[in-house]
Design a protein around this ligand. Structure first.
Ligand SMILES: Cc1cc2nc3c(=O)[nH]c(=O)nc-3n(C[C@H](O)[C@H](O)[C@H](O)COP(=O)(O)OP(=O)(O)OC[C@H]3O[C@@H](n4cnc5c(N)ncnc54)[C@H](O)[C@@H]3O)c2cc1C
Length: 571
């Protein structure tokens, strides 16, 4: 044992936690109505590890000797379980392939360096042996950013940063912390909180993703409206590259040419291994509260979020679900009794009396932080804007529940896979002026694609992050299908959604990155000239393609339209 813990090899999160619906009376009828799936029918189960065929390690004696010489025997691991855990991220494609025993090319060895010097020795040994080197954070990405290319013939080294998990120093005067790249969200927040600080970066995958992974994929957390995306938060860093260590000192701003910091953000292991970063940190707030609000329509709710984000309220999050996602959220509520039940019924009766169509109702969560006086003022400002847009305050209860449960929602995907439904997400950002059309186009494109492949499916959306000129729309979609063709059908729907983003003036991805999954659209997203610049940057730093090849841009294969390395077809 080397002290680094990982998620379940076959699914999300840790053993012993799973989604249950028995205490949620509306969930089963909702799923039956929307996708025709009976969640009470006997379910399947993930395979046991014995049922998985693990390809043999191709690690040669010479490279093994160098890695052991640098790290010690204990930290150079060729066990089946370690190699399998380091093969994929956690997209639905990854989960399905794992369940179906479809492991093609997996890392030959997993190494666990203790410090930057050991990272440097691993990188240099791997490049000298012409091996492939793939940095591994928490393994939570959903874009195929970790998996080795299916046809890879070279040795593959997965470099796990799990032992680099410390907050190294805090510059209290500047509000900066130097943190090692392998620190998972809870570990780094706990170390900061003990000294009265927070980074304020809380992606839904917070519990199982790392600082290095966030930087390498350009992550965004639920409180980005106040704290910024990881690109704003990250002020300096160190990256080990073949034969060099790149150092960027923490700076509030600089005008020294094109930004190297920005080149590293989103580089997905293709430019080297981030070992530590300087990030903005903030004093823990005196008070933090999330309130729920209802809006009569999606359109009114969207306008209210824009108005709130432009106001003096300075909220931490202004999020709204469409009517579809609101209905889904209600279906996951626990059985209510007593006062709660009557209060809920009374609110709905009131809304109906006011002429609201409850099928169009949209739920919003808005978060406030700061001193008590500041929070009170923020809430008042938001209440005024919500009222102007025809909405109403619901209160603390649902907001607190959302805040507590947000990190558990991902367990639902494994529950659905056991029962023959595949669910995943696609997200984008676009100017406010384009959002509604993008939303309509994407819902229509996904539903048409589901019909084309003959699947019952459901798609829903929320607005999750606001900026001066626009916002992120986050779509969740599921198809009911447990046939051998489920991934082909999923691809068809996923492609329709991604193409709709591009055609509707959105970006390919707001915060999940590119990996193999989104690489085929890069030329459409940033233009062929932009894609060429990225390709040439990667080639210049890594001429033999040793560093996580194939991610972000597919070298030399601009015609590829498919998503994963396993499913390449050329136009
Ligand atoms: C259920 C679920 C919810 C999610 N919610 C969010 C969300 O709210 N916001 C969000 O932004 N993302 C979210 N994600 C996506 C994912 O968590 C992010 O992409 C995250 O930033 C990945 O971090 P990681 O440490 O798990 O990286 P990994 O998955 O291990 O790696 C991702 C990529 O980064 C590279 N990499 C990792 N560490 C380093 C390093 N130190 N140096 C160089 N390269 C490195 C890897 O090689 C790989 O290419 C979610 C994913 C899931 C499954």
């Amino acid at each position: 044992m080397n002290g680094v813990k990982h998620m379940k090899w076959w699914g999300w999160g840790v053993e012993g936690i799973a989604f249950h619906h028995e205490d949620k009376p509306n969930f089963a009828p909702f799923v039956l109505e929307k996708v025709g799936l009976d969640v009470n029918a006997p379910s399947g189960r993930p395979p046991t590890f014995d049922e998985i065929e693990v390809p043999a390690s191709q690690l040669g004696e010479q490279l093994r000797g160098e890695l052991v010489g640098a790290l010690g025997e204990k930290y150079v691991v060729t066990e089946h379980m370690d190699r399998v855990v380091h093969t994929f991220g956690k997209s639905v494609r990854d989960l399905v392939r794992m369940r179906r025993n479809q492991l093609k090319r997996i890392p030959d060895v997993v190494v666990y360096p203790a410090d930057e010097d050991q990272v440097r020795q691993v990188v240099d040994a791997a490049v000298a042996a012409d091996a492939v080197l793939i940095p591994f954070g928490g393994g939570s990405n959903i874009v195929g950013a970790l998996e080795p290319l299916a046809g890879e013939t070279r040795q593959i080294v997965s470099l796990d940063l799990g032992r680099l998990n410390k907050v190294l120093e805090i510059d209290e005067e500047s509000g900066l912390a130097r943190i090692q790249a392998g620190a998972l969200g809870p570990a780094l927040e706990e170390q900061l909180n003990r000294r009265g600080w927070t980074m304020g970066h809380f992606p839904d995958s917070f519990t199982h993703s790392t600082l290095g992974g966030w930087i390498a994929t350009r992550s965004s957390g639920m409180q980005s409206d106040k704290y910024g995306d990881i690109g704003d938060v990250t002020r300096g860093l160190r990256m080990v590259q073949p034969g060099a260590v790149l150092v960027l000192n923490p700076l509030p701003a600089t005008s020294t040419g094109p930004s190297v910091r920005e080149m590293i953000l989103g580089s997905e292991g293709r430019l080297g291994v981030i070992t530590e970063a300087w990030v903005n940190v903030h004093r823990l707030p005196e008070e933090r509260v999330i309130l729920a609000y209802f809006f009569p329509t999606w359109s009114k709710g969207l306008r209210a979020m824009q108005a709130i984000s432009k106001s003096d309220a300075q909220v931490i999050v202004a999020r709204i679900s469409d009517d579809r996602e609101t209905a889904f959220s209600f279906s996951t509520q626990k059985k209510q009794s007593g006062v709660k039940k009557y209060a809920t019924e009374a609110i709905f009766k009131l809304l109906q009396r006011r002429g609201w169509d409850l099928d169009k109702l949209c739920m919003s969560f808005i978060g406030f932080e700061g001193t008590k006086a500041h929070v009170a003022r923020q809430k008042q400002l938001v209440k005024e804007i919500v009222t102007e847009h025809g909405g109403m305050v619901v209160g603390k209860g649902p907001g607190a529940l959302y805040d507590q449960k947000k990190f558990d929602t991902p367990y639902l995907r494994d529950f659905l896979l056991d029962r023959g439904a595949a669910a995943d997400v696609s997200e984008t950002a676009a100017p406010y002026s384009k959002l509604e059309t993008l939303y309509d186009n994407t819902i229509a494109a996904a539903e048409e694609a589901m019909a084309e492949v003959g699947c019952n499916g459901y798609i829903m959306c929320h607005l999750s992050h606001n900026y001066h000129s626009g916002a992120c729309l986050y779509f969740t979609f599921a198809i009911a299908d447990d046939s051998e063709q489920v991934l082909e059908k999923y691809d068809h729907v996923k492609r329709a959604i991604q193409q709709s983003f591009i055609d509707s003036h959105g970006t390919l991805s707001h915060h999940h990155g590119v990996g193999l999954e989104h690489a085929p659209w890069m030329a459409q997203d940033i233009s062929p000239a932009g894609e060429r610049m990225i390709r040439e940057l990667f080639d210049a730093v890594d001429p033999k393609g040793n560093l996580n090849p194939g991610k972000v841009v597919h070298e030399g294969k601009p015609g590829i339209t498919v998503i994963s390395a396993d499913h390449e077809t050329v136009d």
